[in-house]
Ligand binder design. Structure first.
Ligand code: UDP
Length: 359
């Protein structure tokens, strides 16, 4: 058993944990904490005020939320609101750094990358999205140069977007299988899950479901209200398909009864936690071959990969769902995405950083 470590995990400043504004990072943080604690580590999470995390102490930090990186342009300068929660989180980290062996950054924001060199306690960065802005790319590359080994990513495809892919440790994601029940005989509907925001391409799922004449259930945080309104104008059935943003226990009850999950990312999806949640319920995944899902789906076994932006291709894949084996989906979740395996990978990464300094 490796040494017990004292770890400070700093969450995303775009929203409180549990709000859904942080997207997949929220579930990843929950799962990671659970896995690390089960391996004996002492984990503290610092997150925006109002955050809740099952079974983990959270230091709630006040301040104004940060705009999400994917809503900013590639060349937009870095902005921080007054009384920034991002600034306040990292002030907390600086003041308390002596109590920890390692600080782990989960924010996709410029400031923590810039601040790395001013900390005595090492800072590891788990990067949760692909390249979105020049300023962030430069900040990430600076850490790669100055602190090799301290960058982690979900997938190889995601890391490739930064131009310094070889310096990333690829860590993947995981699922707490006990939270998701297998369902052998689903109903007629397909599922679409995620933040309702343009980079997630919900319109393609609505169009494909209409072409295939199957009902669609939409679950997720309504992040961009104007975008949603445009979708409702174009697809009058959309409002009836939308079931809201559900907590994991309710989400899996709906999801497991669906014939497949449809994923339609317009961007290089860093991972796609929703894909492994579906597999855990025995639900196959039909996804554009773009980013993380292309590294997850086993075509013809646990789903189908469709050329990006090919809506008729989605409809064709929907017609072939019956060729997929729901048991194989659950099995893939069990073998590839176990919590303990995720925690072991992170632990190994943390040890390599801490031991490099102790040498
Ligand atoms: N999600 C949820 N309730 C919902 C729909 C989605 O909690 O009703 C969560 C889901 O569990 C997943 C996250 O939203 O963890 C979406 O994460 P993903 O990695 O798929 O995409 P991201 O938002 O990070 O781009």
């Amino acid at each position: 058993m490796p040494t017990t470590r004292r770890l400070l995990l700093i969450s995303t400043p775009v929203g409180p944990l549990g709000s859904g504004l942080g997207g997949g990072v929220e579930l990843t943080l929950q799962n990671l904490c659970q896995g690390l604690r089960a391996r004996g580590h002492r984990v503290t999470v610092a997150a925006p005020e109002g955050s809740a995390l099952a079974g983990v102490p959270v230091v709630e930090v006040a301040g104004q939320l940060q705009p999400t990186a994917h809503t900013q342009g590639r060349n937009t300068p870095i902005t921080l609101p007054g009384d920034s929660v991002l600034g306040n989180l990292w002030r907390y980290a600086r003041q308390h750094q002596g109590e920890f062996d390692l600080i782990v950054n989960l924010a996709y924001d410029w400031l923590p990358f810039y601040l790395s060199e001013f900390f005595d306690t090492p800072v590891a960065h788990f990067v949760t999205m692909g390249s979105l802005s020049e300023a962030m790319d430069e900040a990430i590359r600076q850490v790669a140069r100055q602190f090799p080994g301290r960058l982690g990513a979900y997938t190889r495809t995601q890391a490739d977007t930064f131009g310094v892919a070889n310096t990333f440790v690829i860590l993947g994601s995981a699922i707490d299988l006990a939270q998701y029940d297998f369902c052998a005989s689903p109903g007629e509907a397909l599922a679409w899950m995620g933040r309702i925001s343009p980079e997630k391409g919900l319109e393609d799922a609505l169009e494909a479901a209409a072409m295939a004449q199957v009902p669609l259930k939409i679950l997720g945080k309504l992040e961009d209200a104007n975008y949603w309104q445009r979708l409702c104008d174009r697809f009058p059935e959309a409002a009836d398909c939308y079931l809201g943003f559900l907590p994991t226990a309710e989400l899996q009850q709906v999801l497991r009864q669906c014939r497949a999950l449809v994923m339609t990312p317009r961007w290089v999806e860093a991972f796609g936690n929703v894909a492994i949640e579906a597999l855990a319920c025995g639900v196959p995944v039909i996804a554009y071959a773009r980013g993380g899902p292309a590294e997850i789906v086993q075509p013809g076994v646990t789903g189908w990969l469709v050329p990006p932006d090919d809506v008729p291709g989605l409809a064709t894949a929907i017609a072939r769902i019956d060729q997929l084996d729901r048991q194989a989906c659950r099995r893939q979740a069990e073998t590839d995405y176990s919590l303990d395996a995720l925690a072991a990978r992170f632990e190994q990464w943390f040890e390599s950083i801490i031991q490099a300094l102790e040498r």
